[in-house]
Design a protein around this ligand. Structure first.
Ligand SMILES: [Zn+2]
Ligand SMILES: [Zn+2]
Length: 139
């Protein structure tokens, strides 16, 4: 089994209208349990793979992307969730704690799997993790 995150990955929203290609290793891979991520994902957490703008190529030939900016984040840094206006799938977020533009690509869309991201996965705001769910560190 591979122990590092692939240097090139690609994916798209559910309907395929918005495509993402990333190059080089990500800055980090966050499994976030904050309330925005839980509500947005429909699950216990959301996995964001973090890249600089130079590492990310977004293709949206029909200009279907829409955005929603949140100011009341747990980190205190505003961020904009970008989603497909056709299928509603959240594709990536812009903003965050780093200087300049940073992208948090939604993990499951990259190569349609989370398995390859596990080596560098870290939990964020894990005190919000549901009590019925174990930590990824416990393995
Ligand atoms: Zn779509
Ligand atoms: Zn979050």
């Amino acid at each position: 089994m591979s122990t590092s995150v692939p240097e090139t990955m690609s994916g798209s929203c559910d309907c395929g209208a918005v495509k993402v290609t990333v190059t080089d290793v990500p800055i980090g891979v966050n499994m976030c349990f904050c309330s925005h991520c839980r509500i947005n994902s429909g699950g216990s957490s959301q996995v964001a793979v973090l890249y600089t703008s130079e590492q990310v190529k977004i293709e949206d030939p029909d200009s279907v992307r829409k955005g929603y900016t949140m100011e009341d984040t747990m980190s205190g840094n505003p961020k904009t969730k970008i989603f497909c206006g056709t299928c509603g799938c959240h594709v990536y977020s812009e903003g965050g704690p780093k200087e300049g533009r940073m992208y948090g690509i939604r993990g499951p869309i990259l190569d349609r799997t989370l398995e390859t991201l596990k080596p560098t996965l870290q939990e964020v705001f894990e005190h919000k993790r549901p009590s019925f769910m174990g930590s990824i560190k416990s393995e």
